[in-house]
Design a protein around this ligand. Structure first.
Ligand code: ZZB
Length: 261
């Protein structure tokens, strides 16, 4: 499985996180810290509205040289270290371990995102053994993201977040003949999906959204607006990589864990 690893820069840590870094003797000044989100849909990055982490996951903070650091699972960074994506082959020792809960609420800047300043929010259904354990949120085209966001803004106290951190409306990115220009919302309503834990229905919605988006979708935003998703996808990916805003990350087949099992 080939993922695009989107480098989402943390522009403002929460007070708790700042305190934690201080206690650990890690100086934030002059460093660039990125959450690396694994995506199969780089062409949808215009519509990012937050970045998801899991409170159940302990992430690593890994140095990649020049004062830059990646936050992702150790498993993912280990894979990267054998794909010429890190300074030293096979070196995957972390600088620090940071639990996802410390990252929730942080301010971020995501490449290509229309909204300049976004937040890190919690997603309970993130699988630790897939991708980087960090997921970028595109609620217009990802049914999982759409239902998670809906839950977050209806129950902010339950999730321990501020309502103002949540962008309520998806941004239309891809137009499709069957499901309109917010296909995740359409499919979630059509399949009557109520909860982020409705795994079977969400898997079905995701498959339908992938198919319609890829074969019939047209990009509505950015440099390649008007082109088909099939055509625009590799171009957007290549642009992001050339700009140093993304990496191409491969997941060894045997390690791929899909939610459908
Ligand atoms: C942005 C995005 C926009 C995504 C979209 C999907 C869609 P798959 O198909 O099962 O391999 N993802 C990545 N890592 C994880 C994880 N550890 N746990 C849970 N979800 C994860 O899933 C790949 C997609 O699942 C990735 O692509 C990511 O969300 C999420 F419009 O990134 B995607 C129809 C889907 N549309």
């Amino acid at each position: 499985q080939e993922y695009t690893g989107i480098k989402i820069q943390v522009t403002g840590f929460t007070d708790d996180a700042i305190k934690f870094f201080q206690e650990k003797g890690f100086e934030l000044e002059g460093k660039k810290i990125y959450l690396v989100a694994a995506t199969l849909r780089p062409e949808t990055m215009y519509g990012q509205t937050c970045c998801f982490v899991s409170r159940k996951i302990d992430y690593g903070l890994f140095s990649v040289g020049n004062g830059e650091y990646y936050i992702c699972t150790k498993r993912a960074f280990k894979n990267m270290s054998y794909q010429d994506l890190t300074p030293k082959r096979g070196d995957f020792d972390e600088t620090l371990i940071v639990n996802g809960s410390l990252l929730v609420g942080s301010k971020i800047h995501a490449p290509l995102a229309e909204i300049q300043s976004l937040r890190v929010l919690p997603m309970e259904t993130i699988l630790e053994a897939k991708g980087t354990g960090v997921v970028t949120c595109v609620p217009s085209d990802s049914p999982d993201d759409f239902v998670t966001i809906r839950d977050l803004y209806t129950k902010p106290d339950y999730y321990g977040i501020e309502e103002s951190w949540v962008v309520k409306d998806p941004i239309a990115i891809v137009g499709t003949p069957k499901y309109g220009d917010k296909c995740a919302e359409y499919l979630v309503n059509e399949l009557k999906i109520h909860s982020p834990k409705d795994t079977a229905q969400l898997t079905k919605a995701k498959e339908l959204a992938y198919k319609e988006g890829y074969y019939s979708g047209k990009l509505l935003k950015g440099k390649y607006a008007g082109q088909s998703v099939e055509e625009a996808k590799p171009k957007v990916k290549n642009d992001l990589v050339a700009a140093g805003e993304a990496i191409v990350y491969n997941e060894p087949e045997s390690l791929v864990v899909s939610r459908s099992g």
